[in-house]
Write a protein that binds this ligand. Structure first.
Ligand code: GDP
Length: 349
């Protein structure tokens, strides 16, 4: 007997920045849950949505081009789609690049959020809104681990722009009663993470060295400590926030921090190296005991004008109120990234 179709009307979700790591995983999750998924990218036609292709969902989402600098375009899209849920994942996402493009970063990551919230208020006030906030907003915060109540102290143009976005989201919730939530996400990685982030840079670099495609991996500050989780866990947290009766702000994190050097050690082991370190700071280097070759070098060029020593979040509120936790542990995360890069590079060879 044919299964009766559910009477529930299809829910429409709009994801800005759908071609990014989180956008792609979130799109897949929403499709699996029966949503009609609309997504925006900045250069829809020009850019190959390779992450959507990798997840096999490129034909299943409705893509359009949108620049958050274009207020009219934003309003028109919201009026046209009339989404039930809006996930704002668009924006420049790199801390180091934001020092070189501070004005563009502010225009998109900060003011772009005002444009989007204003469009939602005017054209889809019943929609639930998710703002992709970032642990970078804590910067040199006075306490570790950082939670929702921790005072922010941003230290990059990216973080300052994200802080504006966070507070304008809270303001629209309080002033207009929008169901607007802000997810303060700590670093979350995956094989779909861009190569400019240190995690993928490490696993891609070491996998290349393993396959004889690259001589050496050059890194900056090895002592930096980050709270690294797995991106698929984090997009589930975003969705959960919008299923709550009341909008709120939540930290999503693992609660554990590891150094860049820890990441290198585990990734190297996963790829069959046996690393021995020598020297410290900018003089640090790592050799592979098996081959005797130097595989890691430190370059002062890759240090940032301002860096954060340790970032670690307290996911307690998300656990209590959303029933969310980071399922994938650090060791597994490194293994996933290392094996995915090795596989991909072998296939490409
Ligand atoms: P972020 O925490 O969002 O800035 O994520 P990243 O992956 O870009 O950087 C994490 C940390 O790794 C920062 O403290 C960087 O200073 C440090 N790091 C050390 N070497 C590198 C490198 O070669 N590239 C990047 N992106 N970060 C590095």
């Amino acid at each position: 007997m044919a299964k009766r179709l559910s009477q529930r009307p299809v829910r429409r979700a709009l994801i800005t920045g759908i071609a990014g790591q989180d956008g792609a995983y979130l799109a897949r999750l929403l499709l699996q849950r029966g949503y009609e998924v609309y997504g925006t990218t900045r250069q829809a036609a020009a850019q190959e949505p390779w992450r959507l292709e990798a997840l096999g969902i490129v034909g299943k989402v409705k893509l359009s081009a949108l620049d958050l600098a274009d207020a009219r375009g934003v309003e028109e899209l919201i009026a046209e789609v009339r989404p039930h849920e809006v996930y704002n994942l668009a924006g420049l996402s790199q801390v180091s690049r934001s020092f070189g493009e501070p004005v563009e970063t502010g225009n998109v990551d900060a003011l772009g959020v005002s444009r989007l919230l204003e469009a939602v208020r005017l054209r889809a006030p019943e929609a639930r809104y998710y703002q992709a906030s970032s642990s970078e907003m804590y910067g040199r915060a006075g306490e570790i681990p950082q939670r929702e109540s921790t005072a922010f102290h941003p230290v990059s143009p990216y973080a300052v722009a994200k802080l504006y976005a966070h507070w304008i989201t809270v303001t629209y919730r309080d002033a207009y009663g929008l169901h607007a939530s802000s997810g303060i996400l700590f670093n979350h990685e995956s094989p779909l993470r861009g190569l400019e982030f240190v995690t993928r840079k490490i696993t891609d670099g070491l996998a290349r060295i393993r396959l004889g495609l690259q001589e050496r991996l050059e890194l900056g500050n090895l002592a930096a400590r980050r709270d690294w989780g797995y991106a698929e866990d984090y997009v589930l947290g975003m969705w959960l926030m919008l299923q709550q009766e009341r909008a709120d702000d939540y930290v999503l994190a693992t609660g554990r921090a590891h150094s860049v050097q820890d990441f290198v050690d585990l990734a190297a082991a996963a790829l069959g190296f046996d690393l021995a370190w020598e020297g410290e700071g900018t003089g640090a280097r790592a050799f592979d005991r098996r081959s005797g070759r130097q595989v890691v070098a430190v370059s002062p060029r890759l240090y940032r004008p301002l860096d954060i020593d340790e970032v670690r979040g307290d996911p307690g509120k998300a656990r209590r109120q959303l029933g969310w936790q980071a399922e994938v542990k650090f060791e597994t995360l490194v293994e996933i990234l290392a094996q995915a890069d090795l596989r991909r590079l072998k296939q490409a060879a």
